[in-house]
Design a protein. Structure first.
Length: 376
């Protein structure tokens, strides 16, 4: 039995690596994706293109503009002269925000009246707009606090007249709040999922198309041996890809790996039971490679969207959150991010690992039974 399985494994490896395009897909595309996510796909917002429309043009308005320009979040690129210029730069997406001061701003401020200014933000990207408004609100709040403190010292001759809260934040797990540290472990899950699905389903469907599946059926190979010989090579390839991506992430992008490496390998192996099983199931319901590819993406994209890779599951509607319970990718992402960023162990992650193990056993068993039925 071992000899027959090893022969099938060797055959699959030879068939995969014989094709130059497949070698590129397996070894180069994961590296391309991690570099794209590492450098381009970031949610950190800095150097926001900003314009200023200052009708007051006083020391007070210039002080606030200086606070914006000195921060790393805003890049003052234009000073507008007319009201119509605001619409023009917004329509052409030249800038993302406008800082506007009306006449009388400094007069109201020095006259102990409420001084009003305006922050105009491009709300096309609602998440980015909220972040930009948060940055602007923090800068104005700090300026307002400083002004009130100065007024207390000048008019009341007391430095303690305006009480303040000294807030000091402490970041755990991701000290610099870099979105790269959050997303790159998720790239492992994306690559492992996609490659295991494609390689498993396409390899079996290809056997159907070229007519060699019948030869395997009449050969003295048991169905369980055929299943193991078909899926084990792609599980090994997925593990190798996980090692490649993790190594580049840690050594090139300085992603912290605080957890247990054996736990990382063990949880990946458990997750592969599910992804390989789904790939095996797709191969049983597909007659051509085109059908298999369409079925893969019908599963893959919803799984990514409902996994918490980019959008928190807690923000989704309740009925959608119920659907995510049966999404194995969600649990694998939690495990990966916890191992990389938090360094937690199996006693914290055992819920997710058990959920993956149960789903993996169910999926691989059901897919194997259907595969054996198709062979019969």
């Amino acid at each position: 039995m071992f000899t027959r399985i090893m022969s099938l494994i060797t055959k699959e490896f030879l068939q995969v690596f014989r094709d130059p395009r497949m070698r590129f897909t397996i070894f180069v595309s994961p590296l391309v994706q991690i570099f794209i996510f590492g450098y381009a796909a970031t949610m950190d917002i800095t150097n926001i293109p900003t314009a200023v429309y200052d009708l007051d043009n006083t020391k007070q308005s210039r002080d606030i503009i200086r606070l914006f320009s000195y921060s790393k979040y805003f890049d003052i690129q234009r000073y507008l002269r007319n009201e119509s210029d605001i619409k023009d730069v917004m329509d052409h997406s030249v800038i993302k925000g406008v800082i506007k001061f009306n006449r009388g701003f400094a007069q109201d401020l020095t006259g102990n009246r409420t001084a009003q200014m305006q922050i105009i933000v491009d709300g096309t990207d609602s998440n980015a707009a909220q972040i930009i408004l948060g940055y602007a609100g923090t800068i104005i709040a700090n300026y307002n606090s400083r002004i009130l403190q100065q007024r207390g010292e000048i008019f009341l001759k007391r430095k303690d007249i305006y009480p303040v809260v000294d807030l000091r934040d402490r970041r755990w797990f991701n000290v610099n709040l870099e979105s790269r540290n959050y997303y790159l472990p998720g790239v492992i899950a994306m690559i492992v999922t996609l490659m295991s699905l494609i390689l498993t389903s396409m390899a079996i469907v290809r056997e159907k198309e070229i007519g060699t599946m019948e030869q395997l059926i009449v050969s003295p190979i048991k169905p369980i041996e055929l299943i193991l010989g078909k899926i084990m090579p792609f599980g090994i390839i997925a593990i190798v890809q996980m090692i490649m991506i993790a190594t580049v992430g840690v050594l090139w992008f300085n992603i912290p790996l605080r957890g247990s490496i054996p736990l990382l390998f063990g949880s990946t192996f458990v997750y592969l039971l599910t992804s390989l099983g789904i790939g095996l199931f797709i191969s049983t319901v597909s007659s051509t490679q085109q059908e298999a590819m369409m079925s893969i993406f019908l599963f893959y994209f919803p799984a990514i969207l409902l996994s918490g890779f980019a959008f928190p599951v807690a923000n989704m509607p309740q009925w959608v959150q119920i659907i995510t319970i049966v999404n194995p990718l969600k649990y694998y992402l939690i495990i990966l991010r916890s191992i990389f960023l938090k360094g937690v162990g199996i006693f914290v992650l055992w819920d997710e690992i058990v959920a993956l193990l149960v789903m993996g056993i169910v999926v691989i068993t059901a897919s194997s039974l259907r595969f054996r039925k198709n062979l019969g």
